[in-house]
Design a protein around this ligand. Structure first.
Ligand code: VGL
Ligand code: ZN
Length: 199
């Protein structure tokens, strides 16, 4: 009972019609629901930003969505407003089988720091608490699916591998944003970190 499925950010804003829509983001939902049956533990992550979050282009005068900015913790993409706490866009896709989840971990709630990874905020230092949860439950083999391949799935997978977890990403159950080669860079980074890319 050491295997866990971690479902990253399958939320309305990352699906077609959402504020930061990932192409075909909704198409992975049936496959993720089916995969849950094969895992003794299922964990969901939920991108969960306060209004006016520092990762939003709208919080920076004159900044265009998808442009880059230097934050105290490093370079940061400026996103359209998305996954605002309590909004419909922040809710899980209505067809996602959320009842199967043992844990829902929220991230991105710190107004000053974005959090792509399920393990650490983008300063790579501030923990979300997920490491301790997994370790205390003895969950050592992680399979990641969800949105988006090149951002939150990528950062979560690389952090998990660095922390010593055995990590597989089911690419067929992920979809990417893919700006400026971010998908191929993410695939290289994940492989280099020891993540198995499957599907
Ligand atoms: C994500 C950009 C901003 C993701 C979250 O879930 O990949 N991407 N916030
Ligand atoms: Zn976000």
């Amino acid at each position: 009972m050491t295997r866990a499925l971690i479902v990253i950010d399958v939320q309305n804003d990352f699906c077609p019609g959402g504020a930061l829509a990932v192409s075909e983001g909704d198409q992975i939902v049936p496959g993720i629901n089916a995969l849950m049956a094969e895992f003794p533990a299922v964990i969901l992550t939920q991108d969960w930003h306060p209004a006016g979050h520092s990762s939003f282009a709208s919080s920076h005068d004159g900044a265009a969505p998808m442009s880059m900015i230097d934050m105290p913790y490093g370079p940061q993409v400026l996103w359209p407003d998305h996954c605002i706490q309590g909004s419909t866009g922040a809710q899980f896709h209505p067809d996602l089988a959320t009842d199967r989840a043992d844990l829902i971990i929220r991230k991105g709630y710190n107004p000053a720091i974005d959090s792509y990874s399920a393990f650490f905020e983008n300063d790579h230092t501030t923990p979300t608490g997920l490491t301790g949860y997994l370790q205390t439950r003895g969950l050592t083999d992680l399979t990641l699916v969800g949105l988006a391949t090149d951002f939150c799935v990528n950062y979560s997978a690389v952090d998990a591998a660095k922390l010593g977890f055995k990590v597989t990403v089911r690419e067929d159950l992920c979809r990417a944003i893919d700006i400026d080669g971010s998908l191929s860079a993410a695939q290289t980074g994940m492989r280099d970190a020891g993540v198995v890319l499957d599907g």
